[in-house]
Ligand binder design. Structure first.
Ligand code: ATP
Ligand code: LTN
Length: 335
C-alpha cells in the first residue's frame, strides 16, 4: 500500500480514558510507521463546552504527553495543538458557511451534549464543521476514530463533495478507520452508554492515569449482566461483552480465546484477571508519561508539530480561498 495521509484529534476536555485509547490512540500508534500521520489535541473543540482556563492548559499538555506515552514518535508523526495552526479556525468558518442547519441538527453528539441544557453555545452546534476543516486541511485519506465519530465523518465527506462540486476539485474525500473490536467501549456503570471522559461519575470510566488500586476498585464495581457465563453477546449481555472487549484489546487475545479460557468460571474470577490485564497494559504508558512530563520536552514537540502541520494546512487554505473567489492579498515588494 502506498503512503496515505492519516489525521485524527482528541479533545483536552477531561482525563483520557481507556475508551479513547482502545477506540483511537492504539490505531494512531499502529498507523504511524506506514503512513504520513498528523495527530492533534483539538483544544478549539474542547471550548465548545465551558472549560476552566487552568484546567484546559493542564489537560492540553497532558493529552499531548499521553500521545507520546502511548507510543507516538514525534520523529514520525506530527503532534500538535489545533489552536497553534490558525488555518483550522479559518477553514472552520468557511466550512460552517457550507453546512446546512438541518444536517447539523441531526448530529447525535450535538443532541447528547445539548440535552437538558439551558444555554447551549453556538460552537457546539457548528462543531462538526470545524472537524471537517481539521480533516480536509491535510488532504487526509484515513481518519482513525471510535464508532461515535462515524456520523461526523459522513458529514465531512458530504461537505468535501459539496465544496468540490461547487468550486472545483479541491478536497480529498476521507475514509473513517474504525477498530473491529473496541470501537465503542461502554461505561462501567451502564452498558448502554459510551465510556466518556466528561462523565461526572469517575467510576464510569478508567482513566489512563488511574492508579492500579483505582483500576482494581473500578473493575470490581463495574456493572455486570445477570447470569455468570463469560460469553460475548453485545445485544443481550452488553456489560460482560464490554469487559471482554477491554480484556481482548489490553491482552492481545481474541474474544474466542477469552471465552474458552473462562468457560465454567464466574464473573468474579474474570474481573480479577481483567483488572491485572488492564493494570499491566497501562503500566508502561504511565511510566513513560511521568518521564515526559518531567522532562519538559512537550513544548518543543508541539512547536515542531505545528510547523509541519502549518506548512500543509496553509497550502490547502490558500487553494480553498482562491477557489471560492477571495481576493488574494497584495504582496508589497521590499525596498
Ligand atoms: P467527551 O466525553 O469529552 O465528549 P470523549 O471521551 O468522547 O470526549 P473525544 O476527545 O471526543 O473523547 O474522542 C477522542 C477519540 O476517542 C475519538 O476518536 C472517539 O471516537 C474515541 N472514543 C471516545 N470514547 C470512546 C469509547 N468509549 N470507545 C471507543 N472510542 C472512543
Ligand atoms: N470530534 C472528535 C474530535 C475531533 C476529531 C477531529 C477527530 C475533532 N477534530 C478530526 C478526528 C479528526 C471527537 O469528538 N472525538
Amino acid at each position: 500500500m502506498s503512503k496515505l495521509r492519516v489525521l485524527s484529534g482528541i479533545q483536552p476536555s477531561g482525563k483520557l480514558t481507556l475508551g479513547n485509547y482502545i477506540g483511537a490512540m492504539k490505531n494512531f500508534v499502529a498507523l504511524q510507521h506506514e503512513h504520513d500521520c498528523f495527530f492533534m489535541v483539538v483544544d478549539l473543540h474542547a471550548v465548545t463546552v465551558p472549560q476552566e482556563p487552568a484546567a484546559l492548559r493542564e489537560q492540553s499538555e497532558a493529552v499531548a504527553a499521553l500521545f507520546v506515552a502511548a507510543g507516538l514518535d514525534p520523529a514520525h508523526a506530527a503532534i500538535f495543538m489545533q489552536s497553534h495552526v490558525s488555518a483550522h479556525a479559518e477553514l472552520g468558518w468557511l466550512m460552517t458557511t457550507l453546512s446546512y442547519m438541518g444536517e447539523l441538527e441531526r448530529m447525535t453528539q450535538f443532541k447528547d451534549k445539548s440535552e437538558g441544557k439551558e444555554a447551549i453555545g453556538a460552537g457546539l452546534f457548528v462543531y462538526p464543521s470545524l472537524m471537517a476543516a481539521d480533516i480536509l486541511l491535510y488532504n487526509t485519506n484515513l481518519v482513525p476514530v471510535g464508532d461515535d465519530q462515524k456520523q461526523h465523518l459522513e458529514l465531512t465527506r458530504d461537505l468535501a463533495g459539496r465544496f468540490n462540486y461547487r468550486f472545483g476539485e479541491t478536497f480529498v474525500i476521507p475514509e473513517p478507520y474504525i477498530p473491529k473490536v473496541g470501537a465503542r467501549i461502554m461505561s462501567l456503570d451502564d452498558g448502554t452508554k459510551k465510556m466518556s471522559k466528561s462523565s461526572p461519575n469517575a467510576g464510569s470510566y478508567i482513566a489512563l492515569l488511574d492508579t492500579p488500586d483505582e483500576i482494581r476498585k473500578k473493575i470490581a464495581r463495574a456493572k455486570t449482566d445477570t447470569g455468570r457465563d463469560i460469553v460475548f453477546d453485545a445485544q443481550n449481555k452488553p456489560e460482560i461483552s464490554n469487559l471482554m472487549s477491554i480484556y481482548a484489546q489490553c491482552s492481545g487475545q481474541s474474544l474466542e480465546q477469552i471465552q474458552a479460557a473462562y468457560e465454567g468460571q464466574g464473573y468474579g474470577a474474570f474481573k480479577k484477571d481483567l483488572a491485572e490485564v488492564v493494570v499491566g497494559a497501562l503500566a508502561p504508558l504511565q511510566a513513560k508519561y511521568n518521564e515526559i512530563r518531567s522532562s519538559g520536552a512537550i513544548g518543543e514537540i508541539l512547536q515542531a508539530g505545528a510547523e509541519r502541520a502549518s506548512a500543509v494546512a496553509e497550502q490547502t487554505l490558500a487553494k480553498v480561498k482562491e477557489a471560492m473567489g477571495f481576493l488574494p492579498p497584495v504582496r508589497r515588494r521590499k525596498g
